[in-house]
Design a protein around this ligand. Structure first.
Ligand code: G4P
Length: 191
């Protein structure tokens, strides 16, 4: 997606050969116009799949997921990473290990919002090692719902997540595919 790649090149900051900072438009300040375009693009890629729900994870997955939900006309569920005062019982839970942060967290959603009849699109802001996406897929399986695919805003193609998800048979649509962050430069995968 060209507008997204341009934004990454103009406002992204390469922190290391592993980490891209995009606080200017995705992870802290949010660019609503770009988010709307992102939602439109996800909807175009998945529109004929009969999607009934979108699932994401707090915090940074919420903006692109809501925009996609608006375009597709379906509700958006975000998994919580922290215990909620109001969300305590009847939960689906999964463990997510972050190789980047070296932490393991429990993510949870209420079983009220996901059913066996649902066809679910997973959306997240970054795909690195795929652990967050796999955690969300685990929640969908607990509900015996169907995983339609995984939509990612920025994929770091030099890490293992994409291949892991493809090997498990999931469709992955990434709007920007970062090939390398070496030497402080962002380069994209060209098919
Ligand atoms: P994985 O789920 O693909 O295995 O990713 P990983 O554990 O490596 O990443 C954990 C967190 O770090 C996630 O956010 C993920 O979006 C983010 N992340 C990973 N690589 C990058 C990167 O290069 N740049 C930025 N900006 N973020 C990255 P999170 O902790 O869930 O944070 P948030 O959603 O609350 O912002």
């Amino acid at each position: 997606m060209q507008a997204l790649e341009q934004k990454i090149l103009s406002e992204g900051i390469v922190l290391s050969d592993q980490v891209l900072k995009v606080d200017a438009f995705l992870n802290h300040q949010i660019d609503p116009v770009l988010m709307q375009q992102i939602g439109h693009e996800f909807a175009a890629r998945f529109k004929d799949q009969g999607i009934t729900k979108i699932i994401t994870i707090e915090a940074s997955g919420i903006a692109p997921a809501v925009m996609a939900g608006l375009e597709l006309g379906v509700p958006v569920i975000f998994a919580r990473k922290h215990q909620s005062l109001t969300l305590k019982n009847d939960l689906y839970k999964a463990q997510v290990h972050s190789f980047t942060k070296q932490t393991t967290s429990t993510i949870a959603i209420s079983n009220k919002y996901l059913h066996a009849t649902d066809k679910v699109l997973v959306i997240d802001d970054f795909l690195a090692n795929g652990q967050a996406a796999l955690g969300l897929i685990d929640l969908i399986h607990q509900a015996e719902a169907e995983v339609v695919g995984v939509g990612i805003v920025i994929e770091k193609s030099f890490q293992t997540g994409r291949q892991l998800l493809l090997d498990k048979g999931y469709r992955v649509e990434s709007l920007a595919r970062v090939e390398s962050l070496n030497d402080g430069q962002v380069t994209f995968v060209r098919d």
